[in-house]
Design a protein around this ligand. Structure first.
Ligand code: PEP
Ligand code: MN
Length: 337
């Protein structure tokens, strides 16, 4: 249930209303916009009669939220969420671009790529240390050593870092050093991991599971938000369909749909979404035109020798060209890159 308050409702009366709501066993999420204050009521609202709130003269409107996701619902925060981290923001006017290799492979590799993607305009360095590989015989990532190298690249370049967590056992290390913790497609419904991440303040990049509906994806965001961590960035990375030309089918319409359903920022990963390096440019252009808040792009200094996902990796030079081409498209959307 959502209670929209009248403009200029006195603080004292708002506090009294919040106390009343808490008194009937519900939690209250207060969203103070420039124009309006909105109270989101969380809990078992089935038996609560909205008339009791409609009678209150500071209340403009009471609405029942039909969707199962509440805190992630656009109704709770019509103006949209901007996630701020390390001097950068995601969901604001400037598009957030996260770039870097699929996997951290060596000190030289990660530092060189970090410098190049920063020069091309990326705001964040991505790099996998713990890799969720389909085959146990494939390169599994450098693990903690990979994370150390990523931290070193952050020190060298000043770029905030994004890396995937697979297991809560290494959470402390992530919390201390990683600016955005990535939950991969394969972990999107690891609910115990999501609950642990809900206890943090660190922003979470929540990728869409490749067999998940938009609603299931938003429910996973709800798990993290329900724990108290509302710094979520959603990432569309393609879903599995009957089409096999591309690695996944990038669900482009998910961008405007999720932007309509939720206030959370949405970025797109055209690298895993297509699996083919030459498709990264058109897919990135489409994502920006459809209103994405940013992109996550795999870049490798030598894609042919990459230990993971070389087929979809761009060279730093190709990445730089795409960044330049995206500028005018971003502008058409009232954004910058
Ligand atoms: C990744 O970003 O490296 C990755 C494994 O992505 P996804 O979880 O989308 O497959
Ligand atoms: Mn990858």
């Amino acid at each position: 249930m959502i209670i929209v308050l009248k403009p200029n409702a006195p603080e004292k009366r708002i506090d009294e209303l919040i106390t009343e709501i808490k008194g009937i066993g519900l939690r209250v999420d207060v969203s103070r916009g420039a124009e309006q204050t909105i109270l989101g009521l969380i809990g078992d609202t089935i038996s609560v009669n909205e008339v009791r709130f409609e009678k209150n003269d500071i209340v403009a409107k009471v609405m029942r939220v039909q969707e199962p996701y509440k805190k992630a619902n656009r109704l709770f925060k019509p103006e949209g969420t901007v996630v701020r981290v390390a001097g950068e923001s995601i969901g604001g006017k400037r598009l957030a671009v996260m770039a870097g290799p699929c996997s951290v492979e060596s000190e030289r590799q990660i530092i060189e790529i970090a410098r190049q993607v920063r020069k091309a305009g990326a705001g964040f360095l991505r790099g996998g240390a713990f890799k969720p590989r389909t085959s146990p015989y494939s390169f599994q990532g450098l693990g903690e050593e990979g994370l150390e190298l990523l931290i070193l690249a952050k020190k060298e370049t000043g770029m905030p870092i994004v890396s995937e967590i697979m297991d809560a056992a290494v959470l402390d290390k992530f919390v201390e050093h990683v600016d955005i913790i990535q939950v991969g497609a394969r972990s999107m419904q690891n609910f115990s991991l999501l609950k642990e991440l809900g206890k943090l303040k660190v922003p979470i990049l929540l990728k869409r599971g490749f067999a998940s509906t938009i609603e299931e994806w938003l429910m996973s965001a709800e798990y993290v938000m329900n724990g108290g961590n509302e710094n979520i960035i959603l990432c569309e990375r393609g879903i599995r369909t009957f089409e096999t030309y591309t690695r996944n089918t990038l669900d482009m319409c998910a961008i405007p749909i999720v932007k309509r359903l939720s206030h959370l920022p949405v970025i797109v990963d055209p690298s895993h979404g297509t699996g083919i390096s030459w498709l990264v440019e058109p897919a990135s252009k489409a994502a920006v035109s459809l209103g994405a808040d940013g992109l996550m792009i795999e870049v490798h200094n030598c894609p042919d020798e990459a230990l993971c996902d070389g087929n979809q990796a761009l060279t730093p030079e190709q990445f730089e060209i795409i960044m330049q081409k995206l500028g005018p498209l971003a502008e058409l959307e009232g954004r910058s890159i």
